[in-house]
Design a protein around this ligand. Structure first.
Ligand code: 13P
Length: 286
């Protein structure tokens, strides 16, 4: 199937299930995600961060994802994750990404609105959808660390204005999740999440979806979140597959065997997440 936008992927989602969005860096990561989605007939979002874009090359990674999508009959979207500037957004859209996330959370409300609106104008002219961030999500995303003290929860009273003034298609709120592994127990502000849900019909994206209990994920889905981001758990699965293989076969030099072991572990992890997100079989809705 041709690649879709994230907006199109999220349109059929109703309360109680969500689409998984997975961060990738190379061929094996993309194959792990697409193989799992194909096996379970699930819609899926593939995300590439700015540093992954620099690592792999926007055109390389887009070609890999587009080729994988052509081979299967499931809905797939390709999104730039945490873009910080118009320049990176243009680079990914020109390479054929269908969607972008602009992260203006390091700016004041007014400057975040101005940057996000500029991105929306450019992206919509090119048929791409846009996710914007309001508040500031904590943890380590890409090479940037947002200390807990600097994380700012989203004010539900500002949500409607942010969406109206920017024209975004998807909103990433800050409600207590963080990128990376949690230091203690994750504390999600569910009343705040529900107030944000009440404030808009625009789909919500939950960042920092790794290292959360199944109960928390279920409550997040019941609260009406349509997109759940997973980066760290997939990295851990893939690298631990590789490490285990090498510790059992220390003399092995065949990359196909080494990276293949990582890919297999990654596929299993993505399938587990898809079952948890209850998106299995939902490809038939598109
Ligand atoms: P985790 O690495 O915590 O899963 O977060 C991923 C994410 O939200 C990417 O934007």
């Amino acid at each position: 199937m041709p690649l879709m936008t994230v907006k199109e992927i999220l349109t059929p989602v109703s309360s109680g299930w969500a689409v998984g969005a997975f961060n990738v860096h190379n061929l094996e990561d993309v194959q792990a995600v697409v193989n799992a989605a194909d096996e379970l007939e699930a819609p899926v979002i593939i995300m590439v961060s700015e540093s992954a874009l620099n690592y792999a090359g926007a055109d390389f990674i887009r070609s890999i994802v587009a080729t994988a999508a052509k081979r299967v009959q499931i809905p797939i979207a390709l999104q730039l994750d945490h873009g910080k500037s118009l320049e990176t957004v243009k680079r990914s859209i020109q390479a054929g990404f269908t969607s972008v996330m602009i992260d203006g959370s390091y700016l004041s409300f007014e400057d975040n609105v101005a940057l996000t609106r500029q991105i929306v104008e450019y992206a919509h002219q090119h048929g791409c959808s846009v996710e914007g961030e309001l508040g500031k999500i904590g943890g380590k995303e890409d090479d940037l660390l947002v200390e807990d003290a600097d994380a700012r929860f989203t004010d539900p009273r500002k949500v409607e204005r942010f969406i109206l003034e920017t024209g975004i298609d998807v909103l990433a709120p800050a409600v207590g999740t963080a990128h990376g592994l949690y230091k203690g127990e994750a504390r999600i502000d569910f009343p705040r999440l529900q107030a944000i849900r009440q404030a808009t019909k625009v789909p919500l994206a939950l960042h920092g979806g790794s290292d959360l209990s199944d109960e928390i994920i279920k409550e997040i889905m019941r609260s009406g979140v349509e997109k759940i981001n997973v980066g760290t758990d997939l990295k851990i699965a893939i690298t631990s597959g590789i490490k285990d293989y090498l510790s059992n076969n220390p003399e092995e030099i065949e990359p196909r065997k080494v990276f293949g072991a990582g890919r297999e572990r990654g596929t299993r992890l993505v399938m587990e997440k898809m079952r948890l997100f209850e998106c299995v079989g939902k490809a038939s809705l598109y």
